[in-house]
Design a protein around this ligand. Structure first.
Ligand SMILES: Cc1cc2nc3c(=O)[nH]c(=O)nc-3n(C[C@H](O)[C@H](O)[C@H](O)COP(=O)(O)OP(=O)(O)OC[C@H]3O[C@@H](n4cnc5c(N)ncnc54)[C@H](O)[C@@H]3O)c2cc1C
Ligand SMILES: NC(=O)c1ccc[n+]([C@@H]2O[C@H](COP(=O)([O-])OP(=O)(O)OC[C@H]3O[C@@H](n4cnc5c(N)ncnc54)[C@H](O)[C@@H]3O)[C@@H](O)[C@H]2O)c1
Length: 477
């Protein structure tokens, strides 16, 4: 039949999840067809992780000017050329783009089809005028910004993560709806770039889901830098107020007027128009329903990354998408058993200070364990942090009385890097005393891990038997 492809694997979507599966499968010698309807690299490269971190980097440099006085340098209010900041963001994306390009994937042996894929039957996908009958399919179609049902929102022009990185002018007043990771990262970055920013979060606090003790550190920092953070904000409607002006009207009547509105109110899985019914695949609001092996109701089809729902729903991160990809390869190509949920997944919010966590929060740990110990250490007592004047924040580890690590959360400088020993320890079943026993270079931020871990051992130092032993040994001369 003309236009029929019969690969081992057909991957739908070339974002973090789809690219990972395709690259690994091709490197193992499987024949792979990869279908992408828009841009190679998906959200993370084009409108997610990469541009947001590039924007945050520019914002950090701007903040350095203001804080220079603390280091004996002349502080200044930086002059910001928004078009050049945007050019920097685009340049960073462009330097990474070749890694995700069609050319690179075709050089790996992947057949890349540009077009929209949809199922026409349980074993058949159409894309770019071709019919694909693969042994296995992987759906990796990602998610899109959720737009909350706020009256009037559809009457004004608003930004989302898909458009905010295209701004080349200074917003006069940026109003952000949503205090999740997207909202707080972009709110702080724009504030540091000299913009008036208001953040409206419907819930009781920003970064819901993380330990309130730790999110408070981020909230304080945002507020100190001048972001107006409104939690418990119930937006009754959005009014258009003339060209380029709007007002967010709160339930109690207060009007927050702004020039730019960013909607960062969560995500919706991208599952429509895929012909899921034709393939016997179930989906709900959480995404394409998968089991702990990432398999859909159709046993030949997996769903991974942001579009996965059911047992696969939850943290939507690039590293989760990559993790899913590895699991699917094990199962689809090697028929090895896989089970989602075994690996501890770190979570990082790239504010200043950063907030990084792995495992359970204190509340979750207390709900499942009769006794837990909380180990803390403040960055104010870390010598490197003192030298860098980055003393804000602390580390908090949650362990069992025997030292098994249940979770760790770090709010502070480099938290995203500092979380890794805790991820390693939890993954390998190491105890907190193992982290205490390592030799850490001095002076490093890493020593906060040592200091917190040593807190676990302190009660033993008070043990009368230990003290008697020390006294006995010292008498031996
Ligand atoms: C502002 C922002 C910042 C972020 N920062 C981070 C971060 O710092 N760290 C982190 O880990 N995560 C971050 N994330 C989350 C991260 O971007 C996502 O978790 C990740 O990109 C999901 O990858 P994915 O492959 O599942 O989906 P996507 O990257 O969305 O890829 C899906 C692809 O499928 C294509 N597609 C959809 N339907 C079809 C179809 N029918 N046929 C063909 N192709 C189709 C789409 O065009 C898209 O290219 C951020 C997200 C945002 C919005
Ligand atoms: N650093 C990172 O790893 C990173 C960065 C950005 C995004 N992400 C990922 O992207 C995903 C999307 O993040 P997000 O921040 O858009 O979603 P989110 O679901 O994390 O947060 C959305 C917030 O918007 C609030 N909200 C919803 N409707 C509202 C309304 N009408 N008024 C006021 N507030 C409202 C919610 O209460 C919630 O706190 C997350 O799953 C996250 O994992 C990760």
């Amino acid at each position: 039949m003309a236009g029929l492809l019969r690969p081992d694997l057909c991957v739908i979507g070339a974002g973090s999840a789809g690219l990972s599966v395709a690259a690994i499968a091709a490197s193992l010698g499987a024949s792979v067809v990869l279908v992408e309807k828009h841009r190679m690299g998906g959200e993370c490269l084009n409108v997610g992780c990469v541009p947001s971190k590039a924007l945050i980097a520019a914002a950090s440099r701007a903040q350095d000017f203001r804080e220079a006085g603390r280091f004996g340098l002349q502080e200044a209010e930086p002059e910001i050329d928004y078009a050049r900041v945007q050019a920097h963001v685009k340049e960073v994306v462009a330097t990474i783009a070749p890694m995700d390009s069609m050319e690179r994937y075709e050089a790996m042996g992947v057949r890349v089809i540009q077009g929209e894929a949809f199922f026409t039957g349980p074993r058949t996908v159409m894309a770019g005028g071709l019919t694909i009958e693969a042994r296995r399919f992987v759906i990796a179609t990602g998610s899109r910004p959720a737009v909350p049902p706020v009256p009037g929102l559809d009457q004004v022009s608003y930004l989302t993560n898909e458009t905010v990185f295209d701004l080349t002018e200074k917003p006069e007043h940026l109003v952000v709806i949503g205090g999740g990771a997207v909202g707080v990262e972009i709110a702080q970055a724009y504030r540091r770039l000299g913009v008036r920013v208001s953040l409206l979060e419907a819930g009781e606090r920003i970064l819901a889901g993380e330990d309130p003790e730790m999110t408070t550190v981020v909230h304080r920092s945002l507020a100190r830098e001048g972001v107006t953070v409104r939690t418990g904000a119930s937006i009754a409607r959005i009014d258009q107020e003339g060209p380029g002006r709007f007002a967010a009207v709160l339930a109690e009547g207060e009007r927050i007027e702004g020039s730019h509105l960013l909607v960062a109110a969560g995500r919706r899985p991208r599952v429509e128009d895929l012909g899921l019914e034709a393939a016997g695949i179930a989906a709900d609001a959480s995404g394409i329903v998968v089991d702990r092996g990432l398999r859909t109701a159709n046993r030949r089809v997996y769903a991974i990354g942001d579009c996965a729902g059911g047992a696969g729903a939850g943290a939507r991160f690039t590293h989760v998408a990559n993790h899913h990809a590895g699991l699917v390869i094990r199962h689809a190509l090697f028929r090895l058993p896989v089970r989602l949920g075994r690996a501890p997944i770190p979570r990082v919010v790239y504010t200043v200070p950063e907030l990084a966590s792995v495992g359970l929060t204190e509340a979750q740990a207390r709900a499942g364990h009769a006794t837990v110990r909380i180990l803390r250490w403040t960055f104010a007592d870390n010598d490197r942090a003192r030298a860098e004047k980055a003393t804000e924040g602390h580390i908090k580890a949650i362990v069992t009385p025997r030292g098994r690590i249940l979770g760790c959360s770090i709010a502070g400088s480099h938290a995203g890097e500092l979380i890794m020993p805790w991820v390693l320890a939890m993954t390998q079943g190491l105890k907190v005393s193992d982290l205490a026993g390592l030799v850490y270079p001095y002076p490093t931020f890493s020593e906060v891990t040592k200091s917190a871990a040593v807190e676990f051992l302190k009660p033993s130092a008070q043990n009368p038997w230990v003290r008697r032993l020390v006294s006995f040994v010292s008498r031996l001369g």
